[in-house]
Design a protein around this ligand. Structure first.
Ligand code: HEC
Length: 134
């Protein structure tokens, strides 16, 4: 009896052993990693937001020639205008991005972005983009 137990144990062990080894490494998929919804850096998020939300009015390069701008009165200004750049503070730019035009006595066509209130680093990156058009 004793030896047959040992034999069974040996047989089980032999059966089990291969499956106890780590699985052979499968080749990883050549697909690029999945795009995450939120970009990694505030700068990247700001660029994505500008292209997705702002460019329709302000134009991809901030000139104010977006497809939605033609019908607006007043039209969004040219962010490349040095006189305007010198006339506004960083805080004013960041504020209108958060609260929209109407809240600061400007055109209500400039929409508020309440979702960015909790993302000051993204608002700062948008302001930096606008300053960069100068
Ligand atoms: C539906 C069109 C529209 C969209 C979308 C829009 N804007 Fe505007 N924006 C305007 C208009 C029009 C003005 C000018 C308001 C005025 O002069 O009364 C303006 C003004 C501004 C100003 C202030 C310029 C000034 O005259 O002092 C900033 C800064 C600005 N927008 C940034 C942004 C950013 C950043 C986004 C995207 C998050 C954005 N806007 C999205 C239409 C738009």
């Amino acid at each position: 009896m004793r030896s047959s137990h040992a034999l069974v144990a040996l047989a089980l062990c032999a059966l089990c052993a291969p499956s106890c080894k780590p699985p052979p490494s499968t080749p990883t998929s050549s697909d690029p990693p999945m795009q995450t919804a939120t970009p990694a850096t505030p700068d990247a998020e700001a660029r994505q937001i500008f292209a997705g939300r702002c460019a329709v009015c302000h134009g991809a390069t901030g000139i104010g020639d977006g497809a939605g701008a033609a019908a607006l009165n007043p039209r969004p200004r040219n962010f490349h205008d040095a006189t305007w750049q010198a006339s506004v503070t960083d805080a004013q730019i960041e504020n209108i991005i958060r609260v929209g035009g109407a809240a600061v006595g400007k055109s209500s066509a400039m929409p508020p972005n309440p979702d960015l209130v909790s993302k000051p680093e993204v608002v700062a990156a948008l302001r930096a983009m606008i300053r960069g058009f100068r």
